[in-house]
Design a protein around this ligand. Structure first.
Ligand code: ZN
Length: 183
């Protein structure tokens, strides 16, 4: 950094700390030529910050942590690892940066997250979709649930769409099998 006193371009950083509530880094520097001290501030360029446009038209800064906790809630007690969740976040972010320069509609993030969860865990998908998409009515939610049920399933556990306790889901499955056997 060029010294504001003598113009020399050689300095050392004496102190670095977060400033403006984490929005900037304040650095105290000492010029190696004249030994005088000066302060610099480093911030993320405004233009590189992705803003999310919500349904009501308001804009909020994109927040990775918020997306992640939404996904975690949907995957609560489901066989989805933290590593898988982080991969989903990365896929969503890549997709945002590929498709949008600055403003991204919240519906795009919701749809992309839904797609990822649909491929990962169907229970998590339904939970997420029911919250994120703000279904117009119960009929629409059921429609989506039917859609999921129609997808051929490798794992019989995943046929239980809603959060039933383990005991309940086991008995539900056995009833299901008995019914099939009778047919
Ligand atoms: Zn200097």
């Amino acid at each position: 950094m060029q010294c504001p006193f003598c113009g020399d371009d050689d300095d050392k950083v004496i102190d670095s700390r977060s400033s403006e509530g984490g929005q900037a880094v304040r650095r105290r520097r000492q010029c190696l030529a004249c030994n005088r001290r000066f302060t610099t501030y480093e911030r993320v360029e405004e233009t590189t910050r992705i803003m999310v446009i919500k349904k009501d038209g308001s804009r909020v800064p994109y927040d990775r942590q918020r997306l992640l906790s939404g996904l975690q809630k949907a995957c609560y007690k489901r066989p989805v690892s933290d590593k898988q969740l982080m991969q989903i976040v990365e896929i969503i972010e890549e997709s945002i940066f590929r498709n949008y320069e600055k403003d991204v509609p919240s519906s795009f993030i919701g749809d992309t997250a839904s797609d990822c969860l649909r491929k990962t865990d169907k229970v998590a998908f339904i939970r997420f979709a029911s919250v994120y998409r703000e279904f117009e009515d119960v009929g629409e939610l059921i429609e989506h649930a039917e859609e999921v049920r129609d997808i051929p399933d490798e794992d019989p556990d995943q046929k239980i769409l809603f959060d039933a306790s383990d005991k309940d889901s086991k008995s539900a499955q056995s009833t299901d099998r008995e019914q099939k056997a009778q047919k």
